[in-house]
Design a protein around this ligand. Structure first.
Ligand code: COS
Length: 405
């Protein structure tokens, strides 16, 4: 894919900015952050300064005012070096901020989006629950209307930025008799769990956001991959949420969140593609310098075939991801294409990273090379923001609807 042919000057400038940032500030620390499971506030600040935490939002809301392709490029480019930094951009922007941009009223948009888009505070998205994973409609968290407020009780799990974040959009059942149409969404706020670090760096906390009593982050997950991204439980114990924090109308929470996930899938497709490309580049480099039987292993056809397969599949993945982004950018339906991009690229990330480890041989299994981290980081892409099975289900429904006319 000839980048200069498909991408605008602006798109390429975003790519260069992220490439430079990733080279200077992410690559040198990625392995250490992974080993320590550490969330790096300094890089959140830097990403905010570069406009990477609000790429597609209008400038009047504190965003960079760029197009969706630029945003997808940012995720893709970052993931070539470190998936944890890439998911920070993606989860914060699509999951944490886009529901407020798209479904919020003017007051909500102006209240919360500038804080998020500038990277002053981090956002998150609370949908998944212990009994509502793939079955997102199985939400048990309740929101009971009492006067001019809702009282929330329940919990969410596996929430990116659950601890470090301050602004969350979450779903809760407002009418248990109406199935998915009885699910509503709300904006909740709490202080970051990392208050000292956030204060020291100057981002991550905003005094004007109310600490809602009874709303707190729970256990931090100790994960296989994406280890320097913060994933936690969110707990709601009689949380009083003012009615002006209802996002959209009552009963619209499920469909709004499903639309958010449609967009999110392009981002996870791009993130997965970035992991695959990062692993491919490492494998190519290693195969060119590693000598066995008196010559670089890249001279062996067995290695060339593996590299050829990786390069071909990456090329296919790029077309899927950037086609879905193009559709979204031009206001065309993109749900099927986003699910295809996410499905193909997440499974590609697993294949490519596994091959990259194999090409590195014993060294690939050690922490001396980044490919083992990339392999661990790839796995969640087949699970998070809709498993591969759910993507196949979504694609299947689209196909059958198209056939039915
Ligand atoms: N956009 C807009 N509306 C949507 C939608 C979408 N992508 N998907 C579903 N809806 C609407 C449907 O049109 C339906 O409304 P009507 O009854 O008015 O037609 C309503 O939502 C219920 O949809 P459906 O009956 O298809 O719901 P299901 O319970 O069968 O669930 C799936 C649909 C499986 C697709 C959904 O639960 C899902 O995406 N699960 C995966 C969740 C996920 O990705 N979790 C990741 C963690 S969050 S980061």
């Amino acid at each position: 894919m000839d980048d200069t042919f498909y991408f605008s000057e602006q798109n390429l400038a975003v790519r260069d900015t992220v490439r430079e940032f990733a080279r200077d500030h992410v690559a040198p620390v990625a392995a250490k952050l992974d080993a320590e499971g550490k969330f790096l506030w300094e890089n959140v600040r830097r990403m905010g300064e570069l406009g990477l935490l609000g790429v597609p939002w209008p400038e009047e809301l504190g965003g960079a005012g760029l197009d969706i392709t630029s945003y997808i490029i940012a995720i893709h480019e970052m993931a070539k070096v470190d998936a944890s930094h890439a998911i920070t951009i993606s989860a914060h922007t699509t999951l944490g901020t886009s529901p407020i941009v798209k479904f919020g009223n003017d007051e909500q948009r102006h209240r919360y989006v500038p804080l998020l888009a500038s990277g002053k505070v981090l956002g998150g998205f609370g949908l998944t629950e212990p009994s509502a994973g793939s079955d997102a409609g199985g939400t048990r968290t309740r929101a009971e209307k009492r006067g001019d407020r809702y009282v929330l009780n329940g919990s969410k799990i596996f929430i990116t930025h659950g601890g470090v974040g301050e602004i969350f959009v979450v779903t809760a059942v407002t009418d248990a008799t109406r199935g998915t149409k009885g699910i509503s969404s709300f904006i909740l706020t709490k202080p970051t769990t990392d208050l000292d670090s956030a204060r020291a760096v100057g981002v991550g906390h905003d005094e004007s956001l109310p600490a809602m009593k009874g709303f707190r982050a729970g256990k931090k997950e100790d994960k296989l991959g994406w280890r320097s991204s913060d994933t936690r439980e969110l707990v709601f114990e009689d949380v009083e949420v003012p009615e002006e924090n209802l996002l959209g109308r009552e009963g619209e929470g499920f469909t709004n969140f499903m639309q958010t996930l449609d967009s999110g899938r392009i981002g996870i497709g791009a993130l997965s593609l970035g992991i695959a490309e990062g692993a491919y580049e490492e494998a190519l480099k290693y195969a060119s310098i590693r000598k066995q039987f008196g010559k670089p292993i890249a001279d062996f056809q067995g290695i060339q075939f593996q590299l050829s397969d990786m390069a071909t599949e990456i090329e296919a993945g790029r077309h899927l991801v950037f086609h879905a982004a193009w559709l979204a950018q031009h206001g065309k339906p993109f749900g099927k294409e986003a699910a295809m991009a996410k499905l193909f690229c997440s499974e590609l990330a697993m294949r490519a990273t596994t091959k990259a480890v194999q090409i590195h041989g014993g060294y690939g299994y050690t922490k001396d090379y980044p490919v083992e981290r990339m392999m661990r980081d790839a796995k969640i892409c087949e699970i998070g923001e809709g498993t591969s099975e759910i993507q196949r289900l979504v694609i299947g429904r689209h196909i059958l609807r198209e056939v039915a006319g």
